[in-house]
Structures are given as C-alpha cells and as structure tokens.
Write a protein that binds this ligand. Structure first.
Ligand code: HEC
Length: 553
C-alpha cells in the first residue's frame, strides 16, 4: 500500500517495506474481496435455502471486511508508516494515492450500505453465518416507515454501483502493481509482497498469491448446499400438520417472492412460523383467534385495485381454498403446528383445512385446494357478476380471481351446510367465470349438479363428500374443459364412472372411498390414454371415513 505521509513522521520509519501487521491485513482484505465477488456472483443464480446460506456468508464476510478496514485505518493512524515509494513518478504517486483513498472509501461504504439496507428492510433481520444475529444499523429505527422500503432499495442500488467501482479500482491497483514489478522492475510490489524480487516470476512466495486467488475463485463452484427435503404428502387430513402442510406452503408459494428473509417487503417475512408471527413494520399481521383483525387476511380480502391489496403487482393471488384454510388456522389460535386430528374442530373447519391441502402429486407444493399447477391457454371472459359474488361470499363461499390479470375465478365452499337454491342461482350467474370449483361437504344434490354441468370453462371440480350419485355425475360429460374431477367419498358406482371416459381433457379422476371398484377404475384408465384414476378401492378396502380420516384426494 502506498502511503503519503508528512515529512515530519519520516523520521519514525525509514523502512521501505510495510509492517507485518499491515501486510497480513492487506492480503486478508484481498482474499475477502475475492470471496465476496464469488459469493455475489453466486447470489445472482441461486434460489431458496442455498441462497439464504450464501447470503449469510456474504453478510458475514462483509462485516469482517468492515471491521478489518476499520482496524487498518486505526493502524495507519497510530503506527509508523513505511517510506513513500521512491520508484513512483509524481503522477504515479498521485494516481496511486487516489486509488488507495478510493479503496478505503469503497471498503467502508460497501459493507455499510449493505448493512443499512438490510436493517431498513426488516429490523432485527440481519443474520450472519450460523444464524448469529447482527444488530440493526444505528438510528435506522428512528426513520419513518414510509421511507424504509424506498431507502433500502436506494442503498442496494448504491451497493451494486460500488461493486462496479470496486472492480475498476481493483483493475487499476493490480495493473499498477504488475507494471512496476514486471515492466519497471522496481520495489513497489515487494513492499507488500515479501520475498518478491523485482522482475522475477518464479519466486515461490509470489506464486502463492495467484494460487490462493485460484483456490478462492474455485470455492464459487462448490456444490449448492442441500435443499430442505420436501415434506412427504400427509396420508390424511388428520395426519397433516396444520402449519407445515397447509398454511406455510400456501404463504411461501404465493407471498414468499416478496416476503422472505432475503427480501422482506414491508418488513415482513412469510417464510416460517416465527417470521409470520413476528409480523411486519406495522406490527403483527396475524392475531390468533381473530381473522377479521389479522392484517394478513385483511390485505388479501381488499379489492384488487386497492393499493394495499396483496399480493402486489400481477402476482397470482392465494386461492379461495387457501384463504379459507388460513382463516381457519387463525381462528384456531394460529398454532405453531400439530396434526389436524389432534385439534377439536367443527366440520366446517375441517372442510376448510382439507381444502388447503395440496392435491395433485405433480403440483408444486402449496397450490392449495387444487394444486399449484398453472394453466395454459386461459380463455378471456368478462368480469363476473359482482352482486352474485358478494352474496356468495356472505354465505360461506370464498371467491378469488385465479390470477391478477384474469376474470376467471377460483370458487370454494367452506362451510358444511346444504346449498340453497339462491346460492345455486348466484353460482350460475358467475358460471362462465369459474375455472376451479370446490363444493366438498356441501350435500350437493344431483339436481344441483345439473347447474354445475353448464359451467363451460370449468377445469377442476371437487365434489368430495357430497350427495351426488351416478345419475347426476353422468351430466358432467358436457364439461369439455374439465381436467380434474374429484368424487371421493360419494355414492358413485362403477356405472357412474364409465361415461366420464368421454371427457376429452380429463386427466385426473379421484374416486377414493366411493363405490367405484378397482377393476372398474382400471378399465377406465386403460380405455383413455393420459387419464389417471386415483382410488378405485372398494369400501371394504378402507376404514369407513370418519370426518377426521378423509383421504387427501
Ligand atoms: C410483488 C411483491 C409482493 C407480493 C407477491 C406480496 N407482497 Fe405483501 N407487501 C409488498 C410490499 C411492497 C409491502 C409494503 C407496502 C405495503 O405495506 O403495502 C407489503 C406489505 C405487506 C403487509 C403489511 C406488512 C406491514 O406490517 O407493513 C402484509 C400483511 C402483506 N404484505 C401480506 C402479503 C401476503 C399475505 C401476500 C401473499 C398473498 C403478499 N403480501 C404478497 C409486496 C408484496
């Protein structure tokens, strides 16, 4: 490191080389910068758990650089410095001085901006490697909430800019050192690299520098840390964990993009029970036993054009059944977890939780009632009748758009009560908009099913635990878009299932716990390529389904 020093202190040190402490700190900083570059590059391409681990490491090395730089500055103030480098021309000396001042500024500003940005985004959130908590940036807590998100974004942009500035400084610094060593063949490099003889390539101690750099660079290619194993599908609703299998996956999938530990918009992370309960900048978002006052649900129920509606932007919203399940979980007291079967619940609550369980094997977890698979080639429809939607919502239905930019609806019935004619009439009014419909536990009759058979855009239909029979189900052959049909625990028999083979788009049929026999299920599956029939067990094969022993399908 080249240092300009006042002539008066020259007397203190006539040495040309830096002190051992200064040398060690210089090369430690160099190594840390290399590691940060590698980790930063890795951050751009990682997701999930791997990303949070790398981020923790990045924060840790950043804080180490901050402390090291502070120590180096202190060292410079209090310890004798080496003689100015006699090999530099006045212009080179000036340039070198500027580069070094720039380095110190960047080495302080980079970690400070990162630290402040993290603190502004979510107080108490900065974790170093091993989950060690690092305090918030001083005084950030005094800023008004309105400034925090914007401030964090601004600081992160500054952070990225500083990275590019650092690249520029590094290039100048390394080029200068190499030029003096190999071209000018002077003492410049050997002041900081002990043993380096000017102009000499093969000095072992000098070769150690690129060797260590290569090893550090290679670290970037280490395999990703293992991802947490996906939870196995629970065997039944009773076996499902109310948080880990139902609420957590829904929040992570639909909200985790903006509300995670890495990126906590509004100061809120929704990945993990503790974060959810900790709440956001405006306080707790879940108030146990009080869904109506829980900000998390209030935001989700707002009109879509409200500024505070969640999810923000064009992100796919929570499904109707997911919302109903989360609502039930909050009403239960927002427990940390526990098998559904161990709670005392009403049938309506069980139905709502059942609706929140992911169904499809191939759905990316937490898709809620119907799995998380997205839909291709969605039809465009006009907005559904607002009055009908309102009336349905007042009577046990949850009605949500399937995506922010679509009028198609996800409709779920969340109470265990017979459906009235008025409800059926309202459903009919929004029939063309319904893409997914869940009427489980509703005692739906064959006559009412005729109405459903007229919903031309219906792709997923759940009729589990309803009163429908062979006669009613045969009417469903009019549903040309139907892809998935769930008829578990109904009075359906072999005769009722046979006509369903004519549904061209049908690829999943769930008949578990109904009267459909295994041979009939296999016959149907064989007759229609691409169709998977799940179930087909006789009543004797399975224990009678008590309300807590519902099959997942
Ligand atoms: C596209 C990004 C994005 C997605 C996706 C998103 N949010 Fe948000 N959320 C934000 C932003 C930005 C804020 C801060 C501004 C505000 O409070 O409106 C916020 C704030 C919040 C708050 C208030 C926190 C507080 O205390 O201030 C809650 C509650 C919330 N979101 C819930 C959710 C839920 C539930 C979901 C998933 C259904 C979700 N968000 C999905 C961006 C998002």
């Amino acid at each position: 490191l080249n240092v300009q020093i006042p002539a008066t202190s020259l007397a203190h040190s006539r040495r040309l080389r830096y002190s051992t402490v200064a040398i060690v700190m210089h090369w430690a900083t160099a190594a840390a910068i290399l590691v940060q570059i590698g980790l930063g590059w890795r951050l751009d391409i990682l997701e999930g758990l791997g990303r949070s681990l790398v981020l923790q490491l990045h924060k840790t090395v950043g804080i180490a650089i901050l402390l090291l730089t502070a120590a180096r500055l202190a060292w410079r103030l209090f310890k004798p410095k080496p003689m100015p480098n006699p090999s530099l021309t006045p212009l080179e000396a000036r340039l070198s001085h500027l580069v070094h001042v720039g380095f110190y500024a960047a080495l302080l500003a980079l970690p400070l901006s990162g630290w402040a940005a993290v603190s502004m985004e979510r107080s108490g959130a900065m974790k170093l490697i091993g989950g060690v908590k690092w305090p918030d940036f001083p005084l950030v807590g005094l800023l008004p909430n309105g400034l925090l998100d914007g401030g964090a974004a601004l600081l992160l942009n500054l952070h990225y800019l500083l990275v590019w500035a650092m690249f520029g400084l590094l290039a100048l610094h390394v080029a200068g050192a190499l030029k003096h060593h190999f071209v000018s063949k002077d003492e410049t490099l050997s002041r900081m690299a002990p043993g380096a003889k000017p102009g000499d390539f093969a000095e072992p101690r000098l070769l150690a520098i690129p060797a260590v750099a290569a090893v550090l660079a290679a670290l970037v290619y280490l395999p990703n840390p293992p991802e947490a194993k996906a939870r196995p599908r629970p065997a039944s609703l009773a076996e499902a964990d109310v948080y880990l299998d139902i609420v957590g996956p829904a929040l992570e999938r639909r909200c985790g993009g903006c509300h995670s530990d890495d990126q906590a918009r509004g100061g809120l992370s929704l990945t993990g029970y503790d974060s959810v309960m900790q709440g956001g900048r405006e306080g707790p978002v879940v108030i146990p036993r009080d869904p109506k006052r829980s900000e998390l649900l209030i935001r989700v129920h707002l009109p879509r054009d409200d500024k505070r509606y969640m999810p923000q932007g064009e992100k796919p919203p929570l499904g109707a059944s997911q919302i109903a399940a989360i609502e039930t979980w909050i009403a239960m007291g927002a427990p940390r977890g526990g098998k559904v079967g161990t709670f005392k619940l009403t049938d309506a609550q069980k139905a709502a939780l059942q609706g929140g369980l992911p169904v499809d094997e191939n759905a990316e977890g937490g898709g809620g009632n119907f799995g998380g698979g997205e839909f291709a080639g969605l039809p465009k429809v006009p907005a559904g009748d607002a009055a009908a939607i309102k009336a349905l919502e007042a009577n046990g239905f949850v009605v949500r758009p399937i995506a922010a930019d679509s009028n198609l609806l996800d409709v779920g019935y969340t109470v265990k009560k017979p459906l009235t004619d008025e409800q059926m009439a309202n459903l009919k009014k929004i029939g063309p908009q319904i893409l997914r419909l869940n009427l489980h536990w509703s005692d739906l009759t064959d006559a009412q099913l005729k109405t459903v058979a007229g919903f031309s855009n219906l792709r997923i239909l759940k009729l589990d635990y309803t009163g429908v029979t062979d006669a009613g189900v045969s009417a469903l052959t009019s549903l040309k878009s139907l892809e998935s049909l769930s008829l578990t625990n109904t009075k359906l028999s072999d005769a009722g299932v046979a006509p369903l083979g004519s549904l061209a788009k049908l690829d999943h049929l769930y008949v578990w716990g109904s009267g459909v026999t295994k041979p009939a299920a296999e016959r149907l599956e064989a007759s229609k390529p691409g169709l998977k029939v799940d179930g087909g067990l006789t009543r004797e094969d399975v224990p009678p389904p008590g309300p807590l022993m519902q099959p997942v399908n």
